[in-house]
Design a protein around this ligand. Structure first.
Ligand code: FES
Length: 169
């Protein structure tokens, strides 16, 4: 199949799924946030053209939809990796040495402050503010699973486990 045609097919598929999500909310503009949550769940981020499509479908100004998507930290406008590692850097976790954990994770994955996702789109590492589990500090959330009292070695071991499950090494 020629490249352009394959891209077109992908695009149609992409919007078909968005249409299904919009329909499941009766294209009700007051349901914008749950719609965005579900679209992000599907794609792992909110592509710009999808945001525009959602705005048009709901009869909302695109600026309003972008405003909501950028206001909530939960929404991502850039593609993220298959596995998302969130390191808490709230006060309790910071005091209990969250930064060495972050450094160890970044070193293991060759990431940096300006580069949070691996080129193979397998991992994204990001910091978040207090996760409400300060008693477990320092906390790492890996694919929505909470791991408390982490150390740099334990966090890297979690990573290594996934890397070997993914058959990457
Ligand atoms: S500061 Fe990390 S969970 Fe509260």
């Amino acid at each position: 199949m020629p490249q352009a045609t394959r891209k077109d097919t992908q695009r149609i598929r992409q919007f078909r799924k968005v249409c299904e999500i919009l329909d499941s909310y009766d294209r009700d503009s007051s349901k914008l946030i749950p719609i965005l949550q579900q679209v992000q769940h599907e794609y792992r981020y909110l592509p710009e053209e999808v945001l525009t499509f959602i705005a048009t479908s709901l009869g909302l100004p695109p600026a309003r939809v972008y405003g909501v998507a950028t206001f909530y930290a939960h929404f991502a406008l850039e593609p993220k990796g298959k596995h998302i590692i969130r390191l808490c850097d709230g006060t309790a976790c910071h005091v209990k040495k969250s930064i060495p954990i972050l450094e160890a994770l970044r070193e293991r994955l060759a990431l940096s402050e300006g580069k949070s996702t691996t080129p193979d789109m397998l991992f994204t590492v990001e910091t978040v503010s207090c996760l409400g589990a300060c008693g477990l500090a320092p906390v790492v959330v890996l694919d929505d699973e909470v791991h408390g009292q982490m150390t740099p070695d334990a966090a890297v071991a979690l990573l290594n486990d996934i890397i070997s499950k993914e058959g990457k090494e």
